[in-house]
Design a protein around this ligand. Structure first.
Ligand code: GLN
Length: 246
């Protein structure tokens, strides 16, 4: 088996070590004897529709996000939409997550039109509003009630429509909007979240869920043998403790 990853805008949208998520995906596949490759796809590049099992988009501030939003719509949106409909995995963090919704309304300037892969909208309430910053812990039914930990830093408030399920419920931190206790958005194999951290090294259950979902489209149901996750479990537990103490 091989896992083909496409990293979208690796130099433009890459806050708080989002690239660590790619490394976690690659390593957890390779440690099980699954070939894994990553292709970077930047502003202006065309996207090859059939070439990938998983797309990753990281976070960025509003200026970078606007560049990415324009490029997504102009060059990559059609391919990504078809891929998502075919069950390809898309994981987007923070700024990238906001761009998968219908729009992101920044503090200044026009709305950034999103791809509409997730039924959600995001509004920044203005430059003097409080940013939602800190460690965050959520509980995810998607992962059998397991906790997912990370770090969030966003001004935008996201509200889910009926077509998107939350990735989890907020136990510590703010999540989508600091009010309704939801975090992230999921529709089929499209996953969006505010959790940096980086997210995947500290949450191996989620990483494996993504790998299984990504391979499942071409290989059917895949069973991943367990790995020695003592270090990852420790990192996860200490991040939960840290968040709980805040
Ligand atoms: N610009 C967005 C916001 O502040 C996203 C920030 C980020 O990706 N960290 O809401």
């Amino acid at each position: 088996m091989d896992l083909r990853i496409c990293h979208l805008y690796p130099d433009l949208l890459n806050l708080y070590g989002d690239r660590g998520n790619i490394i976690a995906l690659m390593n957890r596949a390779r440690w099980r004897g699954i070939d894994a490759s990553v292709t970077d796809c930047r502003l202006g590049d065309a996207l090859d529709g059939d070439a990938y099992d998983l797309y990753f988009i990281g976070g960025g501030e509003d200026r970078q996000q606007r560049l990415a939003a324009n490029d997504l719509r102009a060059r990559k949106g059609g391919v990504l939409k078809r891929a998502a409909e075919a069950g390809v995995v898309v994981l987007a963090v923070c700024g990238g997550y906001q761009l998968l919704g219908h729009y992101y309304r920044p503090a200044d300037g026009d709305d950034l039109v999103g791809l509409g892969l997730l039924d959600l909208t995001t509004v920044h309430p203005g430059p003097s509003s409080r940013r939602l910053i800190g460690n965050i812990v959520i509980r995810s039914t998607l992962l059998g009630g397991a906790t997912v930990v990370g770090f969030e830093n966003h001004g935008g408030r996201t509200h889910l429509g009926p077509g998107a399920a939350p990735l989890g419920n907020v136990m510590r931190g703010f999540g989508n909007n600091g009010e309704d206790h939801t975090e992230g958005g999921v529709s089929r194999n499209v996953f969006g979240t505010y959790l940096h951290g980086p997210l995947l090294p500290k949450n191996p259950l989620f990483t494996d869920h993504l790998i299984r979902s990504a391979l499942g489209r071409r290989y059917g149901q895949v069973t991943l043998p367990p790995l020695d996750d003592r270090i990852e479990a420790e990192a996860h537990a200490s991040a939960v403790l840290r968040a709980a103490g805040e």
